[in-house]
Write a new protein. Structure first.
Length: 776
């Protein structure tokens, strides 16, 4: 095909705006006093309406929205910039594949989607490797007769009508393997092609072995390695006999819909507990006294003597009944249990062992790992949690529906519980209230309870609103100047996650940017800082012996302060540069920022400053992304890269949420990278700053965070603060062997924020050499 003077410059927004389709798709336009294009430009894009069947506005924003201004029209951005960067306009159109497959299109610099629409489909070219344009038109003559683009037809109607995208892709077979898709309008081919971009699904089609996904097989192997058998039971009995004291544990069941049958099932599930000293308090039972007596008469006779079963008779909300339960319990500790939960036979035994450890202060709260259980008793979807993470709990109820409290703490916390019957909200407020003034929070890294519900934790809109209100009440009670909201991804997944928004005014921040030459990246970073909404900051460029004339000219005319610091002894020493810079600036907080980064979220600094203002927080890090939107840094894991520190969720693709949503949740880590790190200036100086001798280039940030942790401060990863990071452009990619040896000697025996079960026998260990990995 000769394309002549075919040029993208000739294609404005009209090139991908189908007015007839737009009007037919959105019939409410009939009452609008403007034509279709005007409506789209003024209202449509902000309302996530699509201008063309092969331009998915919501998907484009979800995939690439962080790389352009919120005010930009997505279609304009795609036509002007997006396609040049390889951005896909629709999950079924693979721009990179199209241009690599059809070199003539690439050589002429033609927009791949426009080419496919104008010429490609008619010429038998394919939009992705799994959709055959020629085959689809040949097998669907009605589509060909109507003159419709084959991919546009398949994207709108074909997949719903079970029309095949190619002769080898069987929609029915695929849907049988993924039955959840049958209840949605998610295109199966989209599900197959895309990793982490469709709503509500983990989109990677996992390889299967004997019908099991690799993740399911890994957990099955883990369960076999940790199986509960007669030997394990005998060990539990022996451990109980060795206890010097056996605390009474009160099980408080908070299910607000416990009828007689549910109570009978609950008691039957408790019969296999090895530990003997416990009682049951039914805080949410709806059975009347006669029904309850009938139920208890049977199971109570079968259960061991001395087991006391009580029912809260007070009326009112679930929160009020929990407070009434606090007056009934006799145990030293209270184990709260939500609906649909089953304890592992060793649960109370392990709890008692951890509550009576010699020489240790007794915890005020204990939580556990858990998994999920199907009706056929198959266990799946384990929730391997980090150790005590206050900022994670403020973001998401990660304890789950079962945790244990000291009786005094339980009684105190239930006095002010939210007046609601929504279980997840009541339990979240109980957890938040209980941990405010009681910092001895323990985590037993064992799967000690199972949840009957699916692992997605999907909640109703009412439940989501209730948990959001709990967070807002908590912020007010703690006197934190922040506003809580539900992130868009959490709405989409229907989970009770919360993000905080802080003021744009606060303590003075000195942004410290070390650089040597590299004018292009430095200028790009400086220009991007104008997006910053936080108002009280200064910029200080640390010139480390630049000798490039263009860079020197730029620094001379730069309106920000330039501090020239030479390397000591002629060798690059990042730690020295930072230490010297901090001494020369005046500010409340200092923010270390690599010159190869760029701001993409306007509230990045406001959010980081806000979290640093929470009592006990000593350092805050950001979410750093590669240019393709995949994760470069989402916290630091201490030993997951051949025993050395490495970045959590590295290379996780845009749109993926990560294991237990952790890539998108504010949470605590042992360390964050100094590529973007905020810390109090006074604290940095008092603790000696970065170690210039042992960690001149690498691991100085990890060492600093570890020292703060040892001093009682917390390290926070803040995903709302998003920046692009090209990654180590200012130094060699290989680390000094002496620094590697020093950090290995420096690391603690266990990373408290990386669950030991994830690395147990390699069953869930992330593979640092792979393109991406799921667990962190």
């Amino acid at each position: 095909m000769a394309y002549g003077k075919y040029s993208n410059a000739a294609h404005g927004i009209e090139a991908l705006f189908d007015a007839r389709w737009y009007q037919a798709s959105y019939p409410d336009l009939a009452i609008a006093r403007c034509d279709a294009l005007e409506h789209y430009l003024r209202y449509g894009s902000s309302q996530l309406r699509n201008p063309h069947p092969l331009f998915d506005t919501a998907w484009y924003l979800r995939s690439y929205g962080q790389f352009f201004a919120p005010s930009d029209n997505p279609l304009r951005h795609y036509l002007a910039k997006g396609w040049h960067r390889g951005y896909d306009p629709h999950p079924l159109f693979d721009s990179h594949w199209y241009l690599s497959q059809y070199s003539d299109v690439n050589a002429r610099g033609i927009n791949p989607l426009i080419h496919y629409l104008d010429f490609g489909a008619a010429e038998g070219r394919d939009p992705n490797p799994f959709f055959s344009s020629t085959w689809y038109l040949r097998n669907n003559p009605d589509v060909k007769a109507a003159g419709m683009n084959p991919l546009a037809h398949f994207a709108q109607f074909g997949f719903l009508e079970k029309r095949q995208p190619n002769p080898l892709f069987d929609l029915d077979a695929y849907l049988s393997r993924h039955p959840a898709l049958c209840k949605t309008r998610v295109n199966p081919l989209t599900h197959f092609l895309r990793v982490g971009t469709s709503e509500g699904f983990a989109l990677e089609v996992e390889p299967e072995v004997n019908g099991q996904s690799l993740e399911a097989r890994a957990y099955s192997d883990w369960l076999n390695h940790h199986r509960w058998d007669s030997t394990a039971a005998a060990s539990a009995y022996t451990a109980i006999k060795r206890l010097r004291q056996r605390p009474l544990i009160s099980l408080v069941v908070v299910d607000g819909n416990l009828d007689a049958i549910s109570i009978a099932q609950l008691l039957a599930r408790l019969e296999d507990q090895i530990y003997p000293d416990w009682e049951v308090c039914l805080a949410g039972a709806t059975a009347d006294s006669a029904e309850l007596k009938a139920v208890l008469k049977g199971p109570a006779q079968k259960m061991r003597p001395g087991i006391d079963i009580r029912q809260v008779t007070a009326t009112g909300s679930l929160g009020r009944r929990l407070h009434s339960a606090s007056a009934l319990v006799r145990g030293d500790y209270v184990l709260v249990m939500g609906a649909g939960c089953q304890l592992h036979p060793a649960a109370l035994t392990e709890l008692a062992l951890n509550l009576t450890c010699d020489g240790e202060e007794q915890p005020s709260l204990v939580y556990f790992d858990h998994d999920h259980c199907r009706t056929d008793r198959t266990r799946y979807a384990p929730a391997f949690k980090p150790d005590w993470s206050p900022e994670l709990l403020l973001s998401y109820p990660y304890f789950g529906p079962v945790f244990c409290l000291q009786k005094a703490v339980f009684r105190s916390a239930t006095r002010t519980l939210v007046d609601t019957n929504i279980e997840v909200a009541v339990l979240q407020e109980l957890a938040l209230s209980s941990t405010e003034n009681h910092h001895r929070v323990a985590h037993i890294a064992q799967v000690l309870f199972h949840v009957d519900a699916p692992p997605a934790h999907s909640q109703s809109a009412t439940a989501l609103d209730a948990t959001l209100q709990v967070t807002r009440t908590t912020l007010k009670r703690r006197r934190l100047r922040a506003k809580a909201n539900r992130p868009s991804w959490a709405y989409r997944e229907r989970i009770p996650a919360t993000a905080l928004r802080f003021d744009d005014q606060g303590p003075r921040v000195a942004i410290i940017i070390p650089t040597r030459n590299q004018l292009g990246v430095l200028q790009y970073l400086i220009d991007s800082l104008r997006w910053t909404q936080y108002r009280n900051y200064t910029v200080h460029v640390i010139d480390n012996e630049s000798d490039d004339s263009a860079t020197l000219d730029y620094l001379l005319q730069l309106k920000h302060e330039v501090i020239r610091i030479a390397s000591p002894g002629g060798r690059f020493n990042f730690a020295y540069l930072i230490n010297q810079a901090v001494q020369r600036v005046e500010a409340d907080y200092v923010l270390f920022l690599n010159n190869d980064t760029a701001v993409i979220s306007p509230n990045w600094l406001s959010t980081m400053v806000g979290y640093l203002g929470i009592p006990g927080v000593g350092v805050v890090g950001a979410r750093l992304l590669f240019e393709d939107g995949s994760v470069q840094h989402a916290g630091v894991l201490l030993k997951s890269y051949h025993g050395k520190p490495g970045h959590a969720f590295a290379h996780l693709t845009s749109g993926e949420l990560g294991y237990l949503y952790y890539a998108q949740l504010t949470r605590n880590y042992a360390a964050v990278t100094a590529a973007c790190m905020l810390t109090p200036r006074r604290l940095f100086l008092e603790t000696g700053g970065f170690d210039e001798n042992r960690f001149a280039v690498a691991y100085n940030d990890v060492d600093y965070c570890l020292r703060l942790g040892e001093a009682g401060y917390r390290c926070v990863y803040c995903p709302q603060a998003k920046l692009v990071h090209h990654g180590s452009m200012s130094r060699s990619h290989s680390d000094d062997p002496a620094e590697e040896a020093a950090i290995l000697a420096r690391l603690p025996a266990q990373d408290r924020f990386y669950n030991q079960n994830l690395g147990d026998d390699g069953l869930f260990r992330p593979k640092p050499d792979a393109a991406t990995w799921s667990f962190a």
